[in-house]
Design a protein around this ligand. Sequence first.
Ligand code: PRE
Length: 364
Amino acid sequence: MSQELNKLREQVDGINTQLLELLSRRAELAQQIGDVKKAQGVNRFDPVRERDMLDRIVEANPGPFDNDTIRHLFKQIFKASLDLQQKDHKKALLVSRKRHPEDTVVHVGDVVIGDGRKTLIAGPCSVETEEQVFQVARSLKEQGLKLLRGGAFKPRTSPYDFQGLGETGLSILRQAADKYGLKVISEIVNPADMERAARYVDIVQIGARNMQNFELLKAAGDAKLPVFLKRGMSATVEEFLFAAEYIASKGNTQVMLCERGIRTYEKWTRNTLDISAVPLLKQESHLPVFVDITHSTGRRDIQLPVAKAALAAGADGLMLEVHPDPSVALSDANQQIDIPQFETFMNEMRSTGLFKKSEETPVV
Ligand code: PRE
């Protein structure tokens, strides 16, 4: 290489180092500004300030870069500074692992979730009859499971579809759970129902369609019951964590996160299970993470490998739907499994060594 080129490059290297030092100093100042703004409750993004700076910079532009290029370069710097301020903000989220490095363990009476053992939540999509729920509850008990799910308030896509039995449904769940020594998890859709629900449920579920229903999230935070929060079908992982933060910010950190598949162009599954969300959520947050293998797949034939994948990816537990006779179910008829299929599923899962049949109380 010519000596001339080498000399020029040496000068460029020197300027790179100076630029890096200047950029780093600027970034530190932006971080301090971010802290001041946070304390004052001021918006981090300030387009007026950015325009003023650009105007002054362009006015002083000596060339040879034209003004558009200079604007573009500085806008990148502003954007990076803003990202840095927001990253610092993310660090402070109550649900983040940076804020709370230890795993959160959720206690539901004597049931412990997120302590390293795997938890399985099962039950019908909707509560339909006493007989239906009691049959499933009995099967759960036989399998040594502790958490019975069932929908009493059903947010359905069509207003003409079965909307659930409401409080009667919650009452059926409670009776079945009490008979078989189980805990109840059920979805609540209206903030006004939260207090009433606490009489029947041990865990409040907030469904995918309500993940950003902020009044509902705040009410769940106030209710002080453990919350099972499902990811919205179009929500990013970050939005999901902000939703959990709404609950935590009310002083309730007994929150579980559930990945239930996101909406994509794929038609052969009901939703697309975002398996990468599981390790991501475990890494970014200290809350227990579940995978709903029923809604993510929407089909029975692949539930077992999906369940294994979820646990292998680090999920603390699974949720699945079980119905005594799925063909006549009032909702999700195509994806719920019947009781013999559930038993087969459990045997298969147990062969992985992850679920152990409880030896305790005999079935009533
Ligand atoms: C800064 C960053 C983001 C804002 O949109 C405007 C400017 C910058 O990097 O200069 C700093 C800042 O937050 C501010 O001056 O208010």
